[in-house]
Design a protein around this ligand. Sequence first.
Ligand SMILES: N[C@@H](CCC(=O)N[C@@H](CS)C(=O)NCC(=O)O)C(=O)O
Length: 171
Amino acid sequence: MKPVLGYFKLRGWVGPIRLLLAYLEVDYEERFYELPTATPVRVKNSIVSTSESDSSSVLADWNQEKFNLGLPFPNLPYWIEGEIKLSETKAILKHISRTRAPTLLGLSVEDKAKVNVLEEVLWAMWNSLCQVCLQQHDDEELKKFLTDAKYKFNLLSEYFTGMWAIGSYVS
Ligand SMILES: N[C@@H](CCC(=O)N[C@@H](CS)C(=O)NCC(=O)O)C(=O)O
């Protein structure tokens, strides 16, 4: 049976997982869930839609399935591969890498640590971007976000000197 990736029919948290799966050419299925109606998608300052769904898709009801999938910590996205049932985006990314291309997590102890540091830095940037995009914020908060983002991007551009993030191979 193919592994199953569950999420809403949008990019969101699952985006990096889909990219990793495509990069590794993993054969898997996706299970799409309807967005809760109270979950608006905000573009600039207007709420544009509640989902990227289209009429040809059958979207499952997350609340109906949430506690019946055998996930110890039910959440979206999830990854079910036989007996392995995972939630938490970063755990899923690491599991898929570990089981199919462990070098992505770093070859040496030193490289593994570098990968971990980058993971946390980028994850924090991603989270603050999500907050600005999806939650109400005032001009002061936006200004703070932009100042911090500029500082972090500068650090990253100083850090990325090699061919790939931590050096000479994809991680
Ligand atoms: N810490 C979790 C957060 C996941 C999360 O917030 N999922 C949202 C969608 S992005 C959700 O609606 N989860 C379903 C639920 O909480 O029941 C992760 O990194 O995967």
